[in-house]
Design a protein. Structure first.
Length: 276
């Protein structure tokens, strides 16, 4: 009996450091999730409704801060219009595209998760692709950086991600402060234009569009692999939130390069187009 209690005492004594280490590791992981997924997510404020966005770049370039927010084209579609305007050189009316600035709300937190306020920023639409349903916003404030920036899943580093990879969808659903949902990467498909789509079982809802889909990578960090764009539906348009379709990182890279934002990806042309 003495040996039995001595064994229990020995195990308990040894378990205290282990429990403390586990708790510390858990706390560090929670902090990491906040910093790398929740905090870079913003709300795109619109006249009617709201969407989501993710800060993917914020650095000083040529003496000014350049901060870029990735979102869906359909989120900001109403802020792009084409009007006819008289052109004196051509002596006729021509189509002129107008892009109105949109609002971006950055959320501030205390003790990791306690929301304490928001900072409103104005952003210009600097690029969009209707078929890929992607758009890029540039914060007009060039004096201050954005405090948190999401990391993009790099090119030619891993063979994944794969189906069954754990993923997190983060967005400002229903216009609320950003929140995460969890699921798996569930499939690969294409839209009616032939552009790739990735399916995730992490539920999303109206307002999540333009947010982020993250995976924990081999680099021991959470990286953006997609932009949630829509959900499946059945019958008379009944939404299936856990069948969430995202524009994948492969499309995001092509979109950025096509619009000469290569520097976001770390390409060598980095600084030349940053002043756009």
């Amino acid at each position: 009996m003495k040996k039995f209690f001595a064994s229990i005492f020995f195990c308990v004594v040894l378990s205290f450091p282990c429990s403390f280490a586990m708790a510390e590791s858990l706390l560090q992981n929670i902090e990491k999730k906040h910093r790398e997924m929740l905090y870079p997510t913003v709300l795109v404020s619109l006249e009617e409704g709201a969407g989501s966005g993710t800060v993917i770049f914020s650095r000083k370039v040529k003496g000014k801060f350049v901060s870029l927010v990735l979102t869906n084209h359909h989120v900001i579609k109403a802020y792009v219009s084409v009007e006819q305007e008289w052109n004196s050189a051509k002596e006729k009316k021509i189509d002129v595209e107008r892009r109105r600035p949109v609002g971006v709300e950055v959320f501030e937190y205390n003790n990791y998760s306690e929301l304490i306020g928001t900072i409103g920023r104005e952003a210009d639409i600097v690029a969009y692709d209707e078929k890929r349903d992607l758009a890029l916003l540039r914060i007009t404030d060039t004096e201050r950086p954005m405090p948190y920036v999401a990391k993009l899943y790099p090119e030619n580093k891993d063979t994944g991600p794969w189906i069954f990879s754990n993923v997190f969808a983060v967005g400002a659903g229903l216009g609320k402060p950003p929140f995460p949902t969890a699921g798996f990467l569930a499939g690969f498909s294409k839209d009616i234009n032939g552009n790739p789509l990735w399916l995730a079982s992490a539920p999303i809802i109206f307002g999540n569009s333009g947010g982020s889909l993250f995976v924990y990578s081999q680099r021991k960090q959470y990286e953006l692999i997609g932009v949630p764009s829509m959900v499946s539906s059945y019958g008379w348009g009944t939404a299936v939130p856990h069948m969430a379709w995202a524009r994948p990182i492969t499309e995001i890279r092509d979109f950025l390069r096509k619009n000469k934002f290569n520097y976001v990806l770390g390409d060598k042309e980095e600084k030349d187009n940053a002043s756009r």
